[in-house]
Design a protein around this ligand. Structure first.
Ligand SMILES: [Fe+2]
Length: 245
């Protein structure tokens, strides 16, 4: 858990106990709780982990108000609808998913704040991994989804992905945040939990400040990665906020 004066962040790793063939095992979910009121949100819940996540919120005495998504995931099914069913939490997607996603209670536009107690998350449109990726900012921290990873970034080869847009989202938006802003990514494949804007400006493999847009685009376009194993199930389900039918 990370603390500041007003909020607590709980980092939830995905433990794929069934060891089935998919690549959701490195997904990250986050519970952010307002310290005074216990009002809280969960970002990028994974359907397979909902029971665990609800157990944690119950243990901590939290009231879950919102299930927030950074984007329409291709690698796992969101737990948003199940969480809504169990707790009444409202489902929130970034505004660029409007027209793509159904079953969503609120589309958050850039600069709009989602308030829970004395704490609020503010949306920042960061397209590029997909065309509707949204990051969410807290004072001192940002949840970057698959736009910016620790030392890396999300793929840009489907769901309206664009290396050009991703470069601009990172350089013109995320990298304008203070250097000590903590980054919480949507995945990490090496067991790391967080980074900072300053670290990524210096050490990110493809997006550090010494790399220009043309080089980045060329690097991304050269990458050949296998399709996520459950993509054809996950994307349509996530366009329904995680409802299976
Ligand atoms: Fe993704």
């Amino acid at each position: 858990m990370a603390f500041n004066n007003t909020y607590i962040v709980t980092v939830l790793l995905d433990v794929n106990e069934t060891q089935d063939v998919d690549d959701r095992a490195e997904s990250r979910s986050y519970i952010i709780a307002d310290r005074t009121s216990g009002k809280s949100v969960i970002i990028d819940a994974v359907i397979d982990n909902v029971e665990r996540d609800l157990r944690i919120t119950k243990e901590l005495g939290l009231t879950l108000l919102f299930a927030v998504e950074t984007h329409i995931h291709a690698d796992h099914i969101t737990g948003a609808s199940l969480i809504k069913e169990r707790t009444g939490a409202q489902i929130v997607y970034g505004s660029d998913a409007k027209g793509e996603a159904t079953g969503v209670d609120q589309f958050l536009f850039e600069g709009e704040a989602l308030r829970f107690g004395q704490t609020s998350l503010t949306a920042l449109a960061t397209p590029g991994h997909t065309d509707s990726c949204t990051s969410y900012m807290l004072p001192g921290a940002v949840f970057t989804g698959d736009a910016l990873f620790i030392r890396g970034n999300g793929r840009t080869d489907f769901q309206g992905g664009s290396a050009e847009k991703l470069f601009d989202s990172v350089r013109k938006k995320l990298f304008t945040l203070p250097d000590d802003t903590i980054i919480y990514p949507g995945h990490d494949y090496q067991g790391r939990v967080s980074s900072t804007i300053g670290e990524e400006k210096q050490f990110n493999e493809r997006l550090n400040l010494s790399i220009n847009k043309a080089v980045f685009v060329e690097m991304m376009n050269r990458r050949k990665m296998p399709r996520p194993a459950k993509m054809d199930i996950a994307i349509p389900a996530n366009m329904r906020a995680g409802r299976m039918i």
